[in-house]
Design a protein around this ligand. Structure first.
Ligand code: AMP
Ligand code: MG
Length: 393
C-alpha cells in the first residue's frame, strides 16, 4: 500500500468517524461530556428585581430627604409594603426590591436615627439587578455540541434541567502485541523483556480524550491468539487500538490479522516521523488502529489522529491548543524525507527548545515535552530565533 501524507491520513480517519449516539445523564455527572441538545432556561434570571447591595430601597427623588424605614426585607421573603414618598425599606443583598423603589443606597452611605435614615453620600448607582437582565425565560443558554465545563453545570442547574442529553462516549479496546512485553505488575523484566507501557499510556490518553478505555492486555506474537483478542475487542468496542507489530519485522502480522478479522485497511504507511507504520482500517463494528510499538510514536499518533476522531465521534471538533514560540537554538536533521513532529519544552523565558530525544522509545523525552512542533517534509533546519507554532500535548 502506498505511503500517504499526514494530512491525507487525518482526512481518511475523520471521514470514517461515526457518531456514537446519545444518552441521558444526571447533570451532576455531565462534566466533560458533549452536550447533545440545546439547554433552555425555564425562568428569567434574575427571577425578580433584586438588590445587589445591603442598604435601603427608596425613590431616587427622595434620596436627599429623611426617610421612614417601613420594614426589613431579607433575601428569600416577599416585601409587605410598597415604597411611597419619603419612605424606604431596609434591604439585604439578593432580596426582592419593593414596588415603588428605584434605587438602593448602601449601608456604608447611611445614618440611621430613631427609625429614620439619611443618605450620606453624594451619588449612588441604582444597585438593582433587573428581572431577566441576564437570561430570559425560554432563552437557549447552552448549545448542542459543546463540552460541558463547571460553569456550564451552573447554567444547567439554573435553567431547571436536572438531566441532560449528551453524546455517548466511545469505548475503545486496547491491545499490546509483542512477546517481549511484561506487565508492570509482574516481577522485574528479565533479559530481553520490556515493560508494557503503551497499554497504560493509551488508556490514559483515551480517558483524557473522553473515551472509555478497556484494556485487553498483551497479545503474544502468535497469529491465532492475536486474532482471537482482536475479534473480541472489535465486537465489544467502537474503537480498537492495537500497539506494536505493524512494522516490517518477521513477527509484525497485525495488518494481516486486521484483514482476517474483516477490517478494511485504508492506510498502512504515513510519511511522518515518528509513526510511519501507523495503520488504520474500518470494520462494520469498530474503527481499528494499528499503532507503532514505540511508545513515543504511539503517543504522538494517538494525539494527531485518534483524539480528533474520538471528538468527531462525539459530535465536536477537537481544536488542539497551539501557541507561537521562538526557537532557543537551531535545530537540524540529516534526513528530511518525512514530515517530522519534534517534542519541545518551553523554557522559563518562553522559548521553544527541542528535548533531548534518542528516538521513538525515549519515554522520558515525552515526559519533559510541553508540546510538539512540525517540520514539513523537505525542510532540514529551523533557525535559532525563528518563530514556531507549538502544539500543546
Ligand atoms: P514493534 O512495533 O512491535 O516492532 O515494536 C517497536 C518497539 O516498541 C520495540 O522496541 C518494542 O519492544 C516496543 N514496544 C512494543 N510494544 C510496546 C508496549 N506495549 N510498551 C512498550 N514498548 C513497546
Ligand atoms: Mg513487536
Amino acid at each position: 500500500m502506498e505511503i500517504i501524507t499526514l494530512k491525507e491520513a487525518f482526512d481518511i480517519v475523520m471521514r470514517s468517524a461515526t457518531f456514537t449516539g446519545t444518552e441521558t445523564v444526571d447533570f451532576t455527572d455531565s462534566l466533560g461530556r458533549v452536550l447533545a441538545s440545546d439547554i433552555k432556561s425555564d425562568i428569567d434570571m434574575p427571577p425578580f428585581n433584586k438588590a445587589t447591595v445591603d442598604g435601603f430601597a427608596c425613590r431616587r427623588d427622595d434620596l436627599h430627604s429623611e426617610l421612614a424605614i417601613v420594614e426589613t426585607i431579607a433575601a428569600g421573603i416577599k416585601p409587605l409594603y410598597n415604597i411611597s414618598e419619603n419612605q424606604c425599606s431596609r434591604i439585604m443583598t439578593g432580596a426582592v426590591l419593593p414596588e415603588g423603589a428605584d434605587v438602593v443606597f448602601m449601608v456604608e452611605d447611611s445614618k440611621v436615627n430613631d427609625g429614620k435614615v439619611r443618605f450620606t453620600g453624594s451619588f449612588t448607582k441604582d444597585n438593582i439587578a433587573l428581572i431577566g437582565e441576564d437570561i430570559k425565560d425560554g432563552q437557549t443558554v447552552l448549545r448542542s455540541g459543546k463540552v460541558i465545563k463547571p460553569q456550564d453545570i451552573a447554567l444547567i442547574a439554573l435553567s431547571g434541567n436536572t438531566s441532560v442529553k449528551v453524546s455517548r462516549r466511545p469505548s475503545a479496546g486496547v491491545i499490546s502485541s509483542g512477546n517481549e512485553l511484561v506487565e508492570p505488575s509482574s516481577l522485574k523484566p528479565g533479559i530481553a523483556q520490556i515493560r508494557n507501557t503503551n497499554s497504560y499510556q493509551l488508556m490514559a490518553q483515551l480517558k483524557r480524550a473522553g473515551a472509555i478505555g478497556k484494556n485487553y492486555g498483551i497479545a503474544r506474537d502468535d497469529e491465532a491468539a492475536t486474532y482471537e483478542i482482536v475479534m473480541r475487542a472489535i465486537s465489544e468496542n467502537d474503537i480498537v487500538l492495537i500497539s506494536g507489530g505493524v512494522s516490517m519485522g518477521d513477527f509484525d502480522f497485525i495488518p494481516a490479522v486486521m484483514e482476517r478479522a474483516g477490517v478494511k485497511i485504508l492506510f498502512s504507511r504515513i510519511n511522518v516521523q515518528p509513526g510511519k507504520p501507523t495503520t488504520f482500517g474500518v470494520h462494520p463494528d469498530a474503527l481499528v488502529f494499528g499503532l507503532p510499538g514505540n511508545p513515543v510514536s504511539s503517543f504522538i499518533q494517538f494525539e494527531l489522529l485518534v483524539r480528533p476522531m474520538i471528538s468527531r465521534m462525539m459530535g465536536y471538533e477537537f481544536k488542539p491548543v497551539t501557541f507561537p514560540a521562538i526557537m532557543k537554538n537551531s535545530f537540524s536533521r540529516k534526513n528530511a524525507e518525512r514530515h517530522a513532529l519534534i517534542p519541545v519544552m518551553i523554557t522559563e523565558n518562553g522559548l521553544a527548545d527541542p528535548v533531548e530525544y534518542h528516538g521513538s522509545a525515549h519515554l522520558s523525552a515525552m515526559s519533559e515535552a510541553d508540546g510538539i512542533i512540525e517540520m514539513p517534509a523537505g525542510e532540514r533546519t529551523i533557525m535559532e530565533g525563528e518563530t514556531v507554532s507549538v502544539r500543546q500535548i
